[in-house]
Structure formats: structure tokens, C-alpha cells
Design a protein around this ligand. Sequence first.
Ligand SMILES: Cc1cc2nc3c(=O)[nH]c(=O)nc-3n(C[C@H](O)[C@H](O)[C@H](O)COP(=O)(O)O)c2cc1C
Length: 388
Amino acid sequence: MPVITCIDDLKRLHRKRTPKMFYDYCESGSWTEQTFRENTSDFQKIRLKQRVAVDMTNRTLETEMIGQKVAMPVALAPVGLTGMQRADGEIKAAKAAEKFGVPFTLSTMSICSIEDVAEHTSAPFWFQLYTMKDQDYLRRLIERAKAAKCSALVITLDLQILGQRHMDLKNGLSAPPKLTPKVLADLATKWTWGLEMLGTKRRSFGNIVGHAKGVTDPSSLFSWTAEQFDPQLDWGKIEEIKKMWGGKVILKGVLDPEDAKMAAKVGCDAILVSNHGGRQLDGALSSIRMLDPILDAVGDEVEVHLDSGIRSGQDVLKAVSMGAKGTFIGRAFVHGLGAMGEEGVTRALEVIAKEMDISMALCGKRDIKDMGRGDLLIPEDFSGRWKD
Ligand SMILES: Cc1cc2nc3c(=O)[nH]c(=O)nc-3n(C[C@H](O)[C@H](O)[C@H](O)COP(=O)(O)O)c2cc1C
């Protein structure tokens, strides 16, 4: 059993054990990948303040996200094709999250369906919605999430049109993968992945195939997706979706203070400051840089969460100390899944929790809710001075 001490260890194993097409799908950003890189490098510009001679017994990372108790302020982000990183990946990740006591978010573009995940878990999970042109399908999807007792709807706002990731085009990304000679040569070194995949029936988009009109076979799916994502989404439509849902809502993909104000005005339980992990607008600023201006704009009105670039417990600590009520991790848990299945997701959560707990103690704090701006050193020009 390899010794896992950090998320990078899981990433290395993920790369070794997962078909190249799916590892690349995870570990890439759009176009030049500037935003993807800065999401992580900007975290390193913020420093934590070391304090000493403070009682550090009885520490707790427990807090709440949208009124829900969480073992630490970290949720699993919605990640499409998770069930291609490892057979039944969404079920495995959801089980690990449930056992750990953090929320799991199921993507619209998952391999395991809403019903599959509900059947294999007992804690309510969150459902991420891409807004579609096909209103019938959208309505039914929302009804299915309600029937599965999902406890929040995460509406993604930053993917009305798809940013380009070069590797996905070069690799011919598809689910299931097309068995070209190149893919077969790659699979020959990934036996465990292949055997596990042969043992499951879940190998295409479980929320879509058989549910959306005209999508009975997966090969038509990518064109369906390109045609179906709604380029006319606006705040009025978001309000309608909110009404259809009638429960808790997180608006995901907000990166601008003006948009944050609109999100708060429309009404939601939280906004998620995110640039989709650097997979959409290349050249946008990192999420952690945009956190302050967004907190200034709406921090008193609505709960603010953050994702994009979190690879450690120290990163979570920095985001929370800056003022985020919660965070989401994408690649960090996918590396765990690709490396070691459900156990790997648990390891990823354990690594992050331990890093957060010990670093919090070294900052002289015992309760995550007590961490604040005073525990950070933030460069004066961190948010940047940019000419409009
Ligand atoms: C492989 C991959 C697939 C993703 N699929 C979705 C998705 O289906 N829906 C969504 O709202 N966000 C999706 N995201 C974005 C994540 O929810 C999240 O915003 C992002 O991963 C956070 O950045 P991080 O990976 O640096 O933690 C995806 C991200 C990755 C890496």
C-alpha cells in the first residue's frame, strides 16, 4: 500500500492507473491554461500567521454550509464523467463523502444517475444543474432530483457555451471511450480500470441517456450537449428554475461583483465563487483573487463559497479565513478516486482535514469558525489594480 501524504501523491497514482483520456480530461484547463495554473499558484501568495503558546486542545473543523452541518467546510464539487475515472465513481465518491460528513454534489453530466446515487447512499446529496433548452427535460430532471430528496440544487452559470480544452479534442474524449488502437494500447496498461468497468453497466451519461428525447445511444450525446446547453440563460430564467425547484439553491460560477449582486438579488442560499477550475474563460482571474471583491459586494447578504485551485487543507484554511463560509474541491477528490476508488476519496478528505487541523492549531486557533482575516497575511495588491 503506497504511503499517501498529500494530494499530489494521489494525483501521481491517478495518472498511472486511469486511461490517459480521462486523466487529461481532469487535469487540464482551457486554452493556454493560465487561469487553471493561477488558481493554485495564487493560493501560495497568501500566508498564514504563526502563533505560539496557545492551548491547542479540543480542536474542531465542524461548521455549517447552507445550514447543513459539515465535518469540515469542504464539499465535493460536481464533476462530469466521474464514473469514467473509476467504475461507478459517483457512487464511490458519494459514499466516501457521506461517511466523512461532507456534502457530495452530483453533476448533470455524471455517469451514475441521480437514482443510482440515491439508491446507494442514505445522506441527501446536492444536485448540480446545467440549464438546458429542452424545458421538458429540464423539468423532469428537477423532479428526479426532488424525488431523490437532494437537499440543494447547484445551478451552474458559467457553462452556457463550452471552453476548449485542447487535450480532449486530441484524445477524442468520449464516454464510453471509442476503442481505437491508441486507446487499446493505453488500456493494456490499465487492467484494473478495465476489469472494474467490465463489471458495471454504468458506462454512459446516466442522467441523460434514456431520459432526454433523441438520446438513446451515447454516441449522439456530445452533439446533444453542444446543442442543448442554453446560450440564452438569463437571471429571469434562473428565477424560474428556482421556483420549479422550491428548495435550497447555490449559484455556481460567479466571478464578478456585479454578477454576485445580481445573484443575491435573485435570491439564493449561497453563491459559489468559481471559474470552473480554469476550464472555461482562460485569462479570467483566479477565484481566490476574486473572493475579496465579491465579499465586499455581497458578503453581508448571502453565504459565499469558493472553489477552483484547492489542493490542500491550508488552501481551505486561507479561503475560510478570508471569509468564505465553505469550499468545494474538484480535482483533489478525483485524484483520490482515480488512484484508489472510494478509499482514495476518503484519503483525499483525510489529507485535507489533517492539513487544515494542524495548520489551524499552528495559527493558534482551535475552532475553524474562529479563523479570520487576522490569521492571514495578504499581499496589498492581491486583488490587483486593473483598468476597466
Ligand atoms: C473533470 C472535471 C469535470 C467537471 N465537470 C463539471 C460539471 O459537470 N458541472 C459543474 O458545474 N462543474 C464541473 N466542473 C467544475 C467543478 O465543479 C469545480 O468548479 C472545479 O473542479 C474546481 O476546481 P478544482 O478542480 O481546482 O478544485 C468540473 C471540473 C473538472 C476538473
